[in-house]
Design a protein. Sequence first.
Length: 235
Amino acid sequence: MPAKEAAAKFDPSRAAEYERQSRIALAGYDACHDLGACILAAALGQGAAAKILVAGAGGTGNEIIAGGQLEPNWHFVAVDPAQPMLDLAVSRIREAGLESRTEAVLGYVHDLPETESFDAATLIGVLHHLPGEEAKLEMLDSISARLKKGAPLILAGNHHAYSSKPLLLSAWAERWRMTGSTPDEVKAKQGKILQGADPPHSEAHVAQLLSLTGFGAPERFFSSLFWGAWVAFRL
Ligand SMILES: C[S@@+](CC[C@H](N)C(=O)[O-])C[C@H]1O[C@@H](n2cnc3c(N)ncnc32)[C@H](O)[C@@H]1O
């Protein structure tokens, strides 16, 4: 099952290096999460109480830390099928003092009851790991089914087939060199990204996936090489 393959990649060794490597692979990692929280606060209203679904929450816990520190009345359901990634996020969330406002769920969004309805959701860094159209639509559908009408979704991840943008791919490799990787390590990173992911092939494709799963037109608020971040509202 494609969704299971995507989760299996996030094993203990990848989790151990995730916090450092995610910030190299995505220049502006923290800015993207901070701005995602700002967009949600702007959409939901300052000080409003909200229940937020954080899909693919494993790793740094940054969606929850940025959002929880900005807004005292937000509560989070953090869903991730990879135990080592979820454990890491939970430990960071605990250190930030946000554990009492976070429920961690080991599993998939479709495991949550459909009766549960959220005021907002985030899906950051997940969609391009899901191979094929069907798995991407299933992921977005499962979020859409659990959002209130008018609720914002922060969607962020790589788009464009990597091989279609050779200059961006080389610049991405230069970023690894800039942060101390050896030529062999850079080559291995490039090989991994070319084989290991299946990003939507354009911004129009991202918009189409959202439209097919019940969302309005996305508005982009951040971009960094292959990466884009958008907000879209549940229709
Ligand atoms: C690149 S990490 C991004 C984590 C975090 N959102 C961030 O911004 O750093 C991708 C995460 O998605 C999770 N994942 C993979 N397949 C998933 C699925 N079908 N549903 C939810 N999460 C999934 C992985 O286990 C991993 O923790």
